[in-house]
Design a protein around this ligand. Structure first.
Ligand code: GLU
Length: 487
C-alpha cells in the first residue's frame, strides 16, 4: 500500500494532520511500502514561509519521516526524492493543463466564463429560495467556436467538471463504510482556476494517479468531495485509489479541536519534551480502538496491530491527561543507560560537574520513576552537585506534623544513628535498617524522621526518597549536610 501525506504549507503542522500522517505511515509500513510527502502549494496566497520545513522537521522528530517526496537534506535544504515527482504541486502546472485539456476534448469538462459578480448573485438567489448553492450550468453548452473566440479575446474563464447528474456514486470508505451520493446534488466543480492553477480536486486526482498512490488517507472534511474525485478518476479512465477519511479531533467539550482550548502545533509537543513514542501512541489511540485492553503501543506494535477498520467514525476527544499518562509510561520504559545519556546534557548545562560524575547512571536511575519530562531532571538531581540551604519552613513540615521545636531533636537522632554506619557499610539498606531499628524508641513517626532527612539533604520539597539520596550522597556529605541547622 503506497500512501501519502499531502499537506498545504499554510502554517505549522497541526496535531490532527500529524495523526492523519501517522495513519498513512502505518498503512504503508504494514506492507513495507512507501510513504510519500507531497506539498500542495497551489494556493500561493495562503503559503507561509518555512511551513514545508516545519512539516518535514516535525515528521522526522516524531519518527515518521517520508520515504519519498519532498524532504530535507543534511544541510536543511529542501530536496525531492523519488521518481514520480515533482512533489511540489506548484512545479506540476503543465501536467494539470495537459490533463484538463483531455477532459475538455472528451466532454467531461467545460469552459465557464461566469464572473464572480454573476456567481455571487446566483448564490444569493439560491439562498433566498433555500436551495443548495450550486453552479447553474449557464456555460455548460456554449458553442465551441464561441468558447474559442472568447478565450482568444482574453476573457477570464475557469474549467469545470461536468458531473453526470443522472448517476449515483456509491463508495465503500475504509472508515466510513458504504456511502452513496446522488449526481444531481454534486456541483460542477472548478478544476482549473482563471490563473491557470488547479484546484485541490484536479490536482489530487492527477497526482495520486501519477504517483501510484494505493490508498488516500485524509481528513474527514474531504468526504463530501469524494464523489467528485471518483467521477474524475472515471472520466480519465483511471482506477481510483482506496480512500479512508479520518474523523476530526475534538476539544473536551466536543467542539472541533481549537487553538483556544489546546495547543494544536505538533512540534510544540515534541519541543515541550513529549517523547515521540508517547505522542505517536497517543495519536494512534485517538479514534483507533485496538479491540483489547492494551494501551501502550510501541511503533512496531502499532505497525502490526493498527487497522483502519477499527477507527471509529465519530470525532475523537483530544485528552491531554491521557497524553501525560502515556508520557510517564514511556519515560519509565526507556532503558536506564539511554535515560541517563538523554538527561546528561540538560543536567550538565545547569550543573557542569555532573559531566564528571562517575555515579551519574545510579543517580539518574533514581529519578526515572519520578519525572514526566526530561527538563525536570536538573531540578531533581541538582542537590548532588550544589550545596543546599534547607529552611525551617521546609524541614518542619506541617503535613508531616513536625513542629520547629522538634527539629533539633530529630536532627540529633539522625546524626547519632547515621554516625553509627561505617563508610564501608554505607548503602541504602544499612541506612534504612539502622534508622528503622531506632525509630520505636525515638518517639517519632517514620515521616517525622524521613521528611527532615530528605529535606536537609536535598533542600527540596520533591525528590527521590531519603535513604536513596543519603546512599548516593555518601556518608561524609550526608553528615556534613546534617551538621548545620536549617535556616
Ligand atoms: N492539501 C489537502 C489538505 O491539507 C490534502 C488532503 C489530502 O490528503 O488529499 O487538507
Amino acid at each position: 500500500m503506497r500512501t501519502r501525506f499531502a499537506p498545504s504549507p499554510t502554517g505549522f503542522l497541526h496535531v490532527g494532520a500529524l495523526r492523519t500522517a501517522l495513519f498513512a505511515w502505518l498503512v504503508a509500513k504494514q506492507t513495507k511500502d512507501v510513504f510519500t510527502l507531497r506539498i500542495e502549494d497551489t494556493d500561493q496566497a495562503r503559503e507561509v514561509a518555512g511551513a514545508t520545513e516545519n512539516i518535514i522537521r516535525t515528521l522526522k522528530l516524531a519518527g515518521i519521516p517520508p520515504d519519498e517526496g519532498v524532504t530535507l537534506d543534511d544541510a536543511g535544504k529542501l530536496i525531492e526524492k523519488g521518481d514520480v515527482g515533482p512533489y511540489h504541486q506548484s512545479k506540476r502546472l503543465p501536467l494539470y493543463r495537459k490533463y484538463v485539456d483531455e477532459l475538455l476534448a472528451n466532454g467531461h469538462a467545460y469552459v465557464c466564463f461566469c464572473t464572480s459578480e454573476r456567481l455571487d448573485a446566483m448564490r444569493k438567489k439560491q439562498q433566498e429560495l433555500r436551495q443548495a448553492p450550486m453552479y447553474d450550468r449557464q456555460c455548460v453548452d456554449l458553442p465551441k467556436d464561441e468558447v474559442e473566440k472568447r478565450i482568444a479575446a482574453g476573457e477570464k474563464h475557469v474549467i469545470r467538471l461536468k458531473i453526470p447528474r443522472d448517476q449515483t456514486v456509491v463508495y465503500d470508505d475504509a472508515i466510513y463504510g458504504t456511502l452513496s451520493f446522488k449526481g444531481h446534488t454534486i456541483d460542477d466543480q472548478v478544476l482549473l482556476k482563471s490563473d491557470g492553477f488547479p484546484t485541490y480536486h484536479l490536482a489530487h486526482v492527477v497526482d495520486d494517479h501519477l504517483m501510484k498512490t494505493d490508498m488516500v488517507i485524509r481528513g474527514e472534511e474531504w468526504l463530501s468531495s469524494l464523489p467528485k474525485h471518483l467521477i474524475l478518476f472515471k472520466a480519465f479512465g483511471w482506477d481510483a485509489p482506496k480512500y479512508a477519511h479520518v474523523p476530526l479531533l475534538l476539544n473536551k467539550d466536543r467542539t472541533k479541536l481549537s487553538k483556544r482550548q489546546n495547543d494544536v502545533a505538533a512540534e510544540d509537543y515534541l519541543n515541550k519534551g513529549y517523547l515521540p513514542e508517547a505522542l505517536l501512541n497517543f495519536l494512534a489511540l485517538l479514534g483507533w480502538n485496538p479491540g483489547t485492553e492494551q494501551e501502550l503501543f510501541s511503533v512496531p506494535e502499532l505497525i502490526s496491530a493498527f487497522s483502519l477498520e477499527r477507527v471509529q467514525k465519530s470525532g475523537a476527544v483530544f485528552d491531554l491527561e491521557k497524553l501525560d499518562w502515556l508520557q510517564g509510561q514511556w519515560m519509565r520504559k526507556i532503558p536506564a543507560e539511554e535515560f541517563a545519556s538523554r538527561i546528561l546534557p540538560i543536567v550538565t548545562e545547569k550543573y557542569p560537574e555532573a559531566a564528571k560524575d562517575s555515579q551519574f547512571l545510579k543517580r539518574a536511575t533514581l529519578i526515572q520513576e519520578r519525572i514526566t519530562f526530561f527538563p525536570e531532571a536538573p531540578e531533581m538531581l541538582g542537590y548532588f552537585y550544589a550545596p543546599v540551604s534547607p529552611t525551617m519552613a521546609l524541614v518542619a513540615s506541617p503535613k508531616q506534623k513536625i513542629e520547629p521545636a522538634q527539629v533539633p531533636t530529630i536532627l540529633d537522632f539522625l546524626r547519632t544513628q547515621l554516625g553509627l554506619v561505617s563508610d564501608a557499610e554505607w548503602n541504602r539498606d544499612s541506612i534504612l535498617a539502622i534508622i528503622e531499628k531506632a525509630l520505636p524508641e525515638s518517639g517519632f513517626k517514620k515521616g517525622q524522621i524521613l521528611w527532615p532527612l530528605r529535606a536537609m539533604l536535598t533542600g527540596r520539597e520533591y525528590s527521590p526518597g531519603a535513604y536513596e539520596v543519603a546512599d548516593l550522597l555518601g556518608k561524609a556529605e550526608t553528615m556534613k549536610r546534617l551538621a548545620v541547622a536549617p535556616a
